[in-house]
Design a protein around this ligand. Structure first.
Ligand SMILES: [Fe+2]
Ligand SMILES: [Fe+2]
Length: 260
């Protein structure tokens, strides 16, 4: 079984890529299941209700995960309450709209998808390691495979989480930094692991944002309004190959494409 995960969709370039090409990408990578992180889909921060509906209409994406930016556009709240195809990090306080995990059917296989946020250099949320333990106890009897999008800043926290979930989650990958790491590995108990799968959106900016704005911000040490970068577009992610019988990860194929 091949699970394709694509990193943070950023602004119109990322959105257009998913809306127009997700089916073709899914077919080309022979993916049985497609997970896309959507936290930056609208102008680089959050997902508007209009854009959420456009993304939900893409039937080749099974589920969207997200992260710290998910509620930046306030009109998402109703949609995220109603759909089980857009997840938010499970370890935000429970009154926050939306849900942090779901179990999805793929033929006779049940895939649990869990979205968590790290806490190092991020919001001080519920402990994501303990949150995973609780969710795992709840869902593992009804799942054949469990996939975790661990949305976090610190590589150390992501690596530690990979070891924590090894043998319980079948796949653990990171999102949030928008830069793909080169450390794909299968951990000792069979969990496929990658610290960050990278982003889907502008290639010529600074993690999605217009480069001149960001360079100027660093020079002046003041912050001006972000705009989505123009230019080429990139697609980043990974295919996690799982054994058909015991669902241990047997291979990881990196996805990195650049479009003119
Ligand atoms: Fe992001
Ligand atoms: Fe993020």
């Amino acid at each position: 079984m091949r699970i394709l995960a694509l990193g943070d969709v950023f602004g119109r370039p990322g959105r257009n890529l998913i809306i127009s090409k997700a089916g073709e990408i899914r077919a080309r990578y022979r993916a049985d299941f497609l997970i896309v992180n959507c936290e930056n889909a609208s102008g680089g921060s959050g997902v508007s209700s209009v854009n959420a509906n456009e993304l939900l209409a893409v039937s080749s994406v099974d589920v969207y995960t997200s992260g710290n930016h998910i509620w930046d556009k306030k009109d998402l709240n109703n949609i995220i309450q109603q759909t089980d195809r857009i997840l938010r990090p499970a370890n935000y306080p429970s009154p926050c709209p939306g849900r942090g995990w779901g179990v999805y059917r793929l033929g006779g296989v049940r895939i649990g998808v869990v979205n968590l946020s790290g806490t190092a250099f991020m919001e001080s949320l519920n402990n994501p390691f303990l949150a995973f333990d609780e969710i795992y106890e709840k869902i593992h009897p009804s799942c054949d495979a469990i996939v975790v999008d661990f949305h976090a800043e610190a590589t150390s926290e992501k690596i530690a989480f990979g070891y924590h979930a090894d043998g319980r989650a079948n796949v653990v990958y990171g999102t949030h930094t928008h830069v793909q790491t080169n450390d794909a590995r299968i951990l000792e108990r069979g969990t496929g692991y990658l610290t960050d799968i990278g982003m889907t959106g502008p290639y010529d900016g600074v993690i999605g944002v217009d480069r001149e704005i960001i360079v100027k911000n660093y020079i002046t040490q003041r912050r001006s309004r972000y705009e989505t970068a123009q230019g080429r577009t990139q697609l980043n992610g990974a295919v996690f190959v799982l054994d058909e019988k015991d669902f241990r990860c047997t291979g990881i194929e990196l996805v990195r494409e650049i479009y003119d």
